[in-house]
Ligand binder design. Sequence first.
Ligand code: G6P
Ligand code: ZN
Length: 544
Amino acid sequence: METIRIATTPFEGQRPGTSGLRKKVKVFQQPGYLENFVQAILDTLPELQGGSLVVGGDGRYFNREAIQVILRLAAANGVRRLIVGRGGLFSTPAVSCVIRKHKTQGGIVLSASHNPGGPDEDFGIKFNSANGGPAPESVTEAIFERTKTIDRYLTLDTPPLDLDQLGTFTLGETEIEIIDPVSDYADLMEALFDFDAIHHLFNSGHFQMRFDAMHAITGPYAVEILENRLGAAPGTVMNGVPLEDFGGGHPDPNLAHAQELVALTQGKDGLDFGAASDGDGDRNMILGHDCFVTPSDSLAILAANAHLLPGYRQGIRGIARSMPTSQAANRVADFLGIECFETPTGWKFFGNLLDAGRITLCGEESFGTGSDHVREKDGLWAVLFWLNLLAVRQQSVAEILTDHWRRFGRNFYTRHDYEAVDLAAAAGLVDHLRRLLPDLPGRQLGAEIVSYADDFAYTDPIDGSVSEHQGLRIGFESGARIVYRLSGTGTSGATLRVYLEYFEPDPMLHQRDTQEAMRPLILIARELAQIEARTGRAEPDVVT
Ligand code: G6P
Ligand code: ZN
């Protein structure tokens, strides 16, 4: 079959952000836009020629069209074998699992994660390396550089492939294998967790749960694992049918966007357990009866209990958390006598530590938790981890949480987001803070005394690469912290994130309301950054 060479010119702004290239669908629909980026990936990674690649996405609007484009370009560029999820679907952690299991040279994930989908909403694309994880910055920067000079792409003139039929097909010289997107992943979960124990919990007669797939990719995964393999009652998975626009919702599992589920866990007849995942299946939210587990606490609790579960019985080697994630995990690491790394925001920063065997568990405040079983954060994995824990400890979520705080103390934690802020105002606010930093140590703010203040930079302990300007940290003598960062995943204006944390050793004070307990620190943070004056916002848009 003849390879067609199409002349093209570069598009501005194809630099991948925290997690790949994310833009409005309309931007991706411009002729040549997606083609240029995919060709830039193929040009940057010569190992893909003659190699194999996994392709799939979260099923959002434009997923199917994008897959057809990618398959043609990959075939025209000499990729030997393409593994595609049926219907063009794969959750992000499943792509990671399949890359590793089938030993491919990488994968292309189509998703804008937790951002809404639909013709006027978001789309995204990212490249994952042979280890199954998001490509490191050196690779994403090289891809970006290539997008700036690209002058042609290679494709084939072929009709669209039927993505809904399992089997092996050919496209030019390339073999295309359409596989069930769920089974490899479900098998991996079965190898890590005690499915018998979870099955018993489900059948104990006194355990009620729901998993909210938010009409996104985890529906089919959760039905297969929770209902089919583990025997949860039919209907345990809610909003389980993936839709191109996620039913018009915002597929982000947090207290603001999963209100339906949150309500089900509250009050006299509230469920014992509620969990949700996001658009592409890598995030998780964990709820108990009348109780919410912050992602930071979740990481610490998983670390403290991992040895109770089959896949982690031998103990964990180390932990990593993103910088804005609370220091609760450090307390567990200290207790276990293992290392705890502080990395910049973005799952890609965990990759080297996982590959080098320095860490087993990692997590982020942004509802991401994972381990060395794949190289992405993994929503359903976290849910199964919790279910296995509940089954083994025979305690409720609230009991496990309270127990943990009693043992290690509580790191109260909240994040305040100011969304769609004017770009110049956001940049001005960060500049203002940056200028203040050198004079802060030793200063008293409210009742707190600053012990350090810096612009976070990270040197990767494995490859020595340095990432600068990863957020502004202000640490207090009490152990409290304020972190300011601009989101790397937003698509309109700037999103200012303010992360707040303070440590409370006294169990008598552990049940306080978070926002109330953190009020003094919240006020310090607002005042120091002049948030209202600079952004016009008196209150954050989202509090998690
Ligand atoms: C994505 C990334 C995470 C990151 C999160 C928040 O989910 O995979 O690694 O923590 O976005 O990023 P942001 O830059 O928006 O704070
Ligand atoms: Zn996601």
